[in-house]
Write a protein that binds this ligand. Structure first.
Ligand code: KIV
Ligand code: ZN
Length: 517
């Protein structure tokens, strides 16, 4: 059985997509889950791109022990050296460097001749090899590059010491037959290709990323790259969980093993969705809410007679276990801690206690606490940074004056004082957002806003996710509460706090009761 290495780029290519901004704690949490999921390599970020990325990559490289941790670097000396500083604590330091090889990228983006590009690629791999035992080299926009140019440049970077060659379909342009043929051609024509890993990296612009990835496996790829839930720039990347399940279910055909712990699929997918705020489409393969729902009478009849008539994947395979009622109002600390441990959470006593308090509050108002509720409460504690909240919601009152929704909100502001504001809106949510905009004292534009239920029933937790710009910078915030208006207000404040957290400007504002009505 061939082994296919899984290279996860949720924290780099995935995090690069519009509206996602994970903090260091959240990235570490995802990395830990990816390690449990069994991925071979975690691309933790792009260390030279910002101090925040550097810090997160370093923390992940220093923490994760069972997956190789890598970071992305342009073919630039300072990128490679900065990446070394971030990655040197890893078990097997690995660097991912790249340069574009297509005529359009070389001419317009790089303004370099093909010869110059070869020279830069070789120099960057040689420099990387001075530090890193493992160096992956990628030919950006490979699928729109000249095949024989790819052969030439790959011959040279392998000679220079690259240990993995990646052939990205950067703009999601290739068809499965073409992409597979490119792997075959390169496998047959590049000198020394058998000594290195050959990697596929596909984008989903034409909806073919997973199919292309599988075609690459059929034609010699030994590594596949992608993201959880397929998140990523534009239409996203290949969804790794789909590739892993395809290799498992069609093992008779692919004869390849991924090393992925399939039972961790659902948990990994939920965590990425919760922390990024990117909702999973209900009909998404493998992890969508309806992926195992059979509505039609004919299908249901067949399923009752023999589930295999219509079900090729079982929920159990991906760890989607039906644990409806987990805990209730009378469950004590011991039962709660035991359940948290069974769910795989390893929290400090302080965080466990805080989660227990949140659980008790919820249990007072919600009859049955489902696994999804616990997952949200526990994950919230897990990724809490311990930093002071700059703005904090203290009180929210919504009322209707002459049929006009109006909100009065009290917020603790960075100076520690309370500010109270009142504003109207054409709906309750708009009134809340108008009021908060006055309090945070800056220009806020709402780019996206969603509320979805965490579990079933009318008393379910509602999770609000908001994507906004604050003084021109984009940020995403989230919060879950049974009261969706409170969740919305807190998600808004969370987005503002996330953006301000690095600035830590402490402006003093006196207690005021301003009315904008
Ligand atoms: O899509 C792409 O080409 C990339 C490279 C940086 C590998 O993400
Ligand atoms: Zn990419």
């Amino acid at each position: 059985m061939r082994k296919i290495e899984f290279f996860d780029t949720t924290l780099r290519d995935g995090e690069q997509s519009a509206g996602i901004n994970l903090n260091t704690k959240e990235k570490l949490e995802i990395a830990r889950q990816l390690e449990k999921y069994g991925v071979s390599i975690i691309e933790a970020g792009f260390p030279a791109s910002s101090p925040g990325d550097f810090e997160a990559v370093k923390l992940i490289a220093d923490t994760v022990k069972n997956s190789v941790v890598t970071g992305l670097a342009r073919s630039i000396k300072s990128d490679i050296e900065t990446s070394w500083e971030a990655l040197k604590g890893g078990v097997q330091p690995h660097l991912h460097t790249f340069i574009a090889t297509s005529p359009i990228h070389m001419q317009y983006k790089l303004n370099k001749t093909p010869e110059q590009v070869i020279e830069i690629a070789v120099e960057s791999v040689k420099l990387a090899k001075k530090y890193f035992p493992l160096v992956q080299w990628s030919a950006e926009d490979a699928t729109r590059s000249d095949k024989d140019f790819l052969v030439r440049i790959m011959n040279e970077v392998i000679k220079a010491g690259a240990t993995t060659i990646n052939i990205p379909d950067t703009v999601g342009y290739a068809s499965p037959i073409e992409y597979g043929a490119l792997f075959k051609y390169l496998s047959e024509n590049v000198t020394g290709i058998e000594k290195v890993k050959l990697s596929a990296h596909c984008h989903d612009d034409l909806g073919m990323a997973v199919a292309n990835t599988l075609a690459a496996i059929e034609n010699g790829a030994t590594q596949v790259e992608g993201t959880i839930n397929g998140i990523g720039e534009r239409a996203g990347n290949a969804a790794l969980e789909e590739v892993a399940v395809a290799l498992h279910i069609r093992n008779d055909y692919y004869q390849a093993d991924s090393g992925i712990i399939l039972k961790e699929t659902k948990r990994t997918s939920q965590l990425v969705s919760q922390l990024t705020g990117v909702v999973i489409q209900p009909n998404k393969a493998v992890v969508g809410k309806n992926a195992f729902a059979h509505e039609s009478g004919i299908h249901q009849d067949g399923m009752l007679k023999n589930p295999e008539t219509y079900e090729i994947i079982t929920p159990d395979l991906i760890g989607d276990v039906a644990t409806e009622l987990v805990l209730g109002k009378h469950s004590g600390r011991h039962a709660f801690f035991t359940r948290a441990a069974e769910m795989g959470f390893q929290l400090s006593d302080e965080k466990l206690n805080a989660a227990f308090v949140a659980f008790k509050k919820l249990a007072d108002r919600k009859k049955e606490i489902a696994e999804e509720d616990l997952f949200v409460l526990l994950t919230d504690q897990q990724v809490k940074s311990g930093e002071v909240e700059l703005y904090e919601l203290e009180e929210l009152v919504v009322h209707y004056e002459n049929n006009v929704p109006t909100s009065t909100i009290t917020v603790k502001v960075p100076s520690g004082e309370q500010v109270v504001e009142t504003c109207a809106g054409s709906g309750a949510v708009e009134a809340i957002f108008n009021t908060l905009e006055k309090i945070v004292n800056g220009e806020v534009r709402i780019l996206d806003y969603r509320v979805s239920s965490v579990s079933k029933g009318r008393d379910a937790l509602g999770e609000a996710v908001i994507n906004l710009t604050f003084n021109g910078k984009t940020s995403t915030g989230r919060n879950a509460s049974q009261d969706v208006l409170k969740a919305s207000a807190r998600a808004y404040i969370n987005a503002i706090n996330r953006q301000l957290v690095n600035v830590h400007k402490r402006t003093s504002r006196s207690r005021s009761v301003n009315r904008c009505l």
